[in-house]
Design a protein around this ligand. Structure first.
Ligand SMILES: NC(=O)c1ccc[n+]([C@@H]2O[C@H](COP(=O)([O-])OP(=O)(O)OC[C@H]3O[C@@H](n4cnc5c(N)ncnc54)[C@H](O)[C@@H]3O)[C@@H](O)[C@H]2O)c1
Ligand SMILES: [Fe+2]
Length: 404
């Protein structure tokens, strides 16, 4: 009963968030795109006048040799460079604390994040910790970064999260097994480079999962309730580009045109959801990721068609799913909306199959379904303007279908 009242309160308050999210200005990073753009970004960091730069990254990328050319490019600008390669997937509070201490010891005046969403998110939070002195737990929530950020630059090496353009950073509490977001426009990097050459060696499972994360951002933002004229273009561009390029990038990782299209699609989807939010897919996958360590993109990819099956009966969602079917050429104008909407969901399933995504979440245990359902219900009711609300029973039934 109390739980139901809590959900109701969130749902009643949410419409008042819309004007707030219209008023808060969201900056956009200057964007460098194309082969060599990562090097050009390094030159630009020197032109900004920064003299002590910390590269925040992970050990895998250092080992792959992706970081050394960037260190050399920064040094060529006369910058004192240090590398902190201690970021691990889904960065936890201790991982962030270690990064913060490295930045403090180096007395960095700017941060360059090199990596996937985990490295970029970690760099955002480390930068916020450096200026506010707050712990990651104290930064979780909306608008908690009380001072201008340590200047941040980003070079994504996956094409999925769009973190290089978003107001969000996702952090993991290793004790509670939960993921939460730090959300603040100050987290948006000053500039970013989309350089497909750095994505060439991305393994197939990571290419698939991160690409489907980008698709989930675009689709969830497109279906959401609040008016979204300015984001709709970014959503449809991202959906079109992902359906046109993810399979290609997966089949041939060295296809740089497909890699670059995926990087741009991920950026557009990030631009869209940073204004229009995500939905139930993310609400489920944050809890599933926190509990079992299932990679974020993989959890989203598996969950997306199940949530779309649930949403497609709501008039607004059905109409928008039908529009997306037309965007990817899965039908013709004049066909019934319900048919088009169903076809779009089928195309999502086909794309998942094509890039080796399983249909079920193997880690999900029956005994945990109640907890996952409740956490997802709270997150969605509190944070996302979803086009149709789920009951707790519907949410549990969906999770049962997701089980292997
Ligand atoms: N800030 C946001 O707006 C936002 C949005 C969505 C997701 N996220 C968060 O981002 C994190 C996931 O990020 P991700 O999906 O990009 O994965 P990731 O950053 O966790 O990286 C996954 C693995 O891929 C490896 N990798 C990355 N690039 C590679 C490359 N080019 N070649 C070879 N290996 C490479 C990494 O070393 C790592 O082992 C999650 O914590 C998720 O919750 C944040
Ligand atoms: Fe995501």
């Amino acid at each position: 009963m109390l739980f139901q009242l809590r959900l109701l309160a969130y749902r009643l308050i949410k419409p008042f968030m819309w004007p707030v999210s219209r008023v808060v200005a969201i900056p956009r990073p200057t964007l460098f795109v194309g082969p060599g753009s990562a090097q050009r970004l390094c030159v630009s960091i020197g032109q900004f006048g920064f003299r002590r730069v910390m590269i925040v990254t992970d050990a895998v990328l250092v080992k792959l040799g992706l970081v050394e050319p960037l260190r050399i490019a920064l040094q060529a600008e006369g910058i004192d460079v240090a590398i902190h390669d201690g970021i691990t997937p889904d960065p936890t509070y201790p991982v962030l604390q270690a990064g913060y201490e490295a930045v403090k010891a180096h007395r960095s005046d700017a941060i360059l994040a090199v990596g996937g969403g985990s490295a970029i998110d970690a760099a955002k939070v480390i930068g916020a910790m450096a200026v506010t002195g707050k712990s990651p737990a104290k930064l979780v929530g909306m608008l908690k970064v009380s001072k201008p950020m340590l200047p941040l630059f980003a070079i994504p090496t996956t094409a999925g999260t769009g973190s290089e353009v978003t107001v969000a950073a996702v952090v993991t509490d290793p004790v509670q097994h939960s993921k939460s977001a730090v959300i603040d426009p100050k987290l948006v990097p000053l500039a970013a480079a989309l350089d497909a050459q750095l994505m060439r060696g991305m393994p197939k499972p990571i290419t698939a999962a991160t690409g489907m994360d980008a698709l989930t951002h675009a689709v969830e933002a497109y279906l959401n309730r609040w008016p979204h004229a300015e984001t709709a273009q970014h959503c449809t561009a991202a959906v079109r580009m992902i359906f046109g390029n993810l399979q290609r990038a997966y089949d041939d990782g060295s296809d740089l045109a497909a890699r670059e299209a995926m990087a741009l699609a991920s950026f557009y989807a990030g631009l869209a959801f940073t204004k229009a939010y995500v939905g139930y897919v993310h609400a489920f996958s944050h809890k599933i990721g926190g509990m079992y360590g299932v990679p974020h993109g993989l959890a989203n990819a598996i969950t997306l068609p199940y949530v779309l099956d649930f949403l497609k009966d709501a008039p607004l969602a059905r109409q928008r799913l039908a529009e997306l079917a037309l965007v990817i050429g899965a039908g013709t104008e004049g066909e019934p909306e319900a048919v088009l909407a169903q076809r779009f969901v089928e195309r999502v399933r086909e794309l998942n199959r094509g890039v080796g995504i399983p249909e079920k979440i193997a880690a999900l245990k029956s005994g945990d379904i109640q907890e996952v359902a409740r956490a997802a219900m709270v997150e969605a009711a509190r944070d996302y303007p979803v086009p149709k609300s789920m009951t707790l029973e519907q949410s549990q039934a969906l999770l049962q279908r997701l089980q292997a």
